[in-house]
Design a protein around this ligand. Structure first.
Ligand code: FAD
Length: 428
């Protein structure tokens, strides 16, 4: 055990910036090719070890690509099963399914996202009016706590836009239970800094640590666990970490909001002049679906800045910009690609291109969906329906994401078979 260091963690400017992931499908495919051999039993055995910045070889680091769907969940799962078989790749596949589970869960409890956004505004008001909370928040965000491991994670987050899953769990637990900071401010920090920042995975994971997802069950970071799974890189003192982690259920005395039915998608009409709207929720525009449409114009809607009322990291905005450019690359050969920032822009561009419908990939609950919902009255007033493509993957999995993960896990063999990823149920 060591005492907390007195030396502050180097700040971002003290260190050489690492090469950040590039937001293109090709870069994602290269990452997939390189990691596929590790998706079997090696992943199951070693995935929990956080070896530190630049050393994350036991995990795929594919999350920014999956988040923007430069890679699809389906192709990543297919690669794992093809390389190792369903049994040896089970753990990796399950982790990818966690992402789909959180997506489907939030689709059916959108109020949880709305409450998060309102609660965040309230938390920010508290920070503005309470100097003690403000000072604690600044110290945490700038990596100037007395906890060297926490400061190191902040530095890694700021410089790479990535943290290992275990570090995210420890970080969130320490943020809430040791530093006593409001969980939403931590979740917001992650959204602003993570390249893979995602309304569903992030909000639900923070809630899970806080005991709000699996109601009453929290995640408590312990000195022993941190030392073990950082291979002794860190040796926290027990006394530096909160000894209890009481669930924050008191914040939500009424429990979870009721389930709402999955949204019905308005499918695009063929032969109708169409404005195609590229969004960062799904940057693989399906060539087959595109070929059935009469595309008269193309636009892109950047949304990284919508993740938070606070400033979103430049590396997050850059990755999204690259991803949207990549998504539109083929279409840009035949169309000018306009960038949309307001609902008025969207109407203008649609009208300029003689479009009678706007088509975009399904937008899940989160900032982009909020923007599209807020644009709807303006679009309706101009007779411009919004139509969406939905992936079979989401359509098949989401109906089972109504309660805990176990419900989806139990169905996984059937789901994988239905999706054509295994031959028979339980196929090995
Ligand atoms: C507090 C907290 C906040 C998080 N915020 C986000 C977030 O904003 N965006 C995000 O994509 N993930 C989030 N996660 C989940 C998880 O930490 C990351 O998906 C994972 O660390 C990404 O690294 P990887 O690609 O190397 O993962 P790998 O271990 O290689 O896993 C492969 C893929 O499976 C998915 N996945 C793996 N673990 C999880 C998980 N626990 N939950 C959901 N999906 C998972 C990811 O898409 C990942 O790319 C969060 C977890 C915690 C505890």
């Amino acid at each position: 055990m060591t005492a907390p260091t007195k030396n502050p963690t180097p700040t971002v400017s003290d260190t050489h910036p690492p090469a950040l992931p590039v937001g293109t499908r090709n870069a994602g495919l290269q990452g997939l090719t390189e990691f596929v051999e590790h998706m079997g039993t090696a992943y199951a055995q070693s995935r929990n070890y956080d070896l530190g910045q630049g050393q994350h070889r036991h995990v795929s680091k594919l999350s920014p690509y999956l988040r923007h769907r430069l890679l699809s969940e389906e192709e990543v799962v297919r690669a794992a099963i093809n390389a190792h078989g369903p049994a040896a790749s089970e753990k990796f596949v399950q982790e990818v399914i966690w992402r789909s589970y959180f997506k489907g869960w939030l689709e059916q409890r959108p109020q949880v996202w709305t409450q998060f956004r309102y609660g965040l505004e309230r938390d920010l008001d508290t920070v503005a009016s309470d100097p003690a909370v403000s000072a604690r928040l600044k110290a945490a965000e700038n990596g100037r706590t007395g906890l060297p491991y926490f400061n190191e994670w902040i530095r890694e987050l700021h410089t790479t836009g990535y943290l290992h899953n275990h570090a995210r769990m420890w970080f969130a637990s320490i943020w809430i239970f040791t530093l006593g900071l409001p969980w939403r401010l931590g979740a917001d920090l992650f959204l602003r800094q993570l390249l893979d920042g995602d309304a569903a995975s992030n909000t639900c994971s923070w809630r899970w640590v806080a005991g709000l997802h699996t109601r009453g069950k929290t995640y408590q970071a312990t000195a022993q666990n941190i030392a073990t799974f950082t291979n002794g890189r860190f040796a926290p003192a027990d006394a530096d970490l909160a000894q209890t982690a009481p669930a924050l259920v008191i914040e939500e005395p009424d429990g979870l909001p009721p389930l709402v039915p999955l949204r019905q998608v308005a499918a695009p009409k063929v032969n109708v002049p169409t404005l195609l709207l590229a969004t960062a929720d799904d940057c693989q525009l399906d060539a087959r679906s595109l070929s059935t449409l009469n595309i008269t114009g193309v636009a892109r809607l950047p949304s990284a800045h919508m993740r938070s009322p606070r400033a979103v990291a430049a590396h997050v905005r850059r990755f999204e910009d690259q991803a949207l450019t990549d998504a539109c690359a083929d279409l840009a050969k035949s169309h000018e690609v306009a960038t949309v920032t307001t609902p008025g822009d969207l109407v203008k561009i649609a009208q300029l291109n003689g479009a009678h419908q706007i088509v975009h990939p399904y937008a899940t609950v989160g900032p982009l969906r909020d923007w599209l919902d807020s644009a709807r009255p303006t679009l309706d007033a101009n007779s411009l329906p919004l139509c969406e493509w939905q992936r079979d993957w989401d359509r098949e999995i989401w109906p089972f994401c109504t309660a805990g993960f176990f419900k989806v896990k139990k169905r996984l063999p059937q789901l994988l078979q239905q999706l054509g990823l295994t031959k028979t149920v339980g196929d090995n």
